[in-house]
Design a protein around this ligand. Structure first.
Ligand code: HEC
Length: 175
């Protein structure tokens, strides 16, 4: 009698540990499946160049990409000049929005990763921002950057000249 209780307990223990194993594995698999479900962009419809869009794209690029990319020379990542001549617009958008997916599945991206050895990371850009950056690349590759680069805000000479009288308004603002 007591032997059969022991056996029953044993079976329960085995079932319990099995469940503990199976449940996390199931959760893990579904997480991996979700990651795989990334949908790459298949088609980008290009219209006439937009200088406005390119300007916004340039600002996003400076904020989110310039830590690793320059246009003219290799940096952490490739020089991006003429990237619109060597890659399709969809490919560029996908590289910006899903770099991890791309360097695992796309032949060209895998090759680049083999050369640069650093994985490009997702910079939290929205699809709209990626499109703006693409427009910046298109514009710069076709017409150069001059007329989408904002004028330098601080003119060093002027700054020096104004230096003395700068603080006038500040006294009133203080509590
Ligand atoms: C952490 C550094 C890093 C950041 C930040 C980064 N990249 Fe990259 N990028 C790389 C590297 C490295 C590669 C080469 C592929 C690889 O190794 O993953 C690359 C490849 C690319 C390519 C393909 C270039 C080619 O010659 O085909 C494009 C386009 C690109 N990046 C655009 C961007 C844009 C746009 C941003 C900002 C949203 C950005 N990258 C942010 C490192 C970075």
């Amino acid at each position: 009698m007591s032997k059969s209780i022991k056996t029953n307990n044993m079976i329960l223990v085995i079932l319990f540990s099995f469940a503990n194993f199976v449940i996390p594995v199931t959760i893990l698999n579904s997480a991996v499946a979700d990651e795989k479900a990334v949908e790459l962009i298949k088609e980008v419809k290009l219209e006439a160049l937009s200088q406005d869009l390119a300007k916004v794209g340039r600002a996003v690029f400076v904020a989110k990409c310039s830590a690793c990319h320059k246009r003219e020379e290799r940096y952490v990542g490739p020089a991006l000049k003429d990237v619109t001549k060597r890659r399709k617009p969809e490919w560029i958008m996908n590289m910006i929005l899903h770099p991890a997916e791309m360097i695992q599945t796309d032949e060209t991206a895998i090759e680049l990763f083999g050369t640069y050895l650093v994985p490009m990371t997702f910079q939290n850009v929205s699809q709209d921002e990626a499109r703006q950056i693409l427009e910046f690349f298109r514009y710069a590759d076709e017409k150069g950057e001059a007329d989408i680069t904002p004028p330098q805000k601080v003119d060093p000479d002027k700054k020096k000249a104004d230096g003395g009288k700068k603080k006038t308004g500040d006294a009133k603002k203080k509590k």
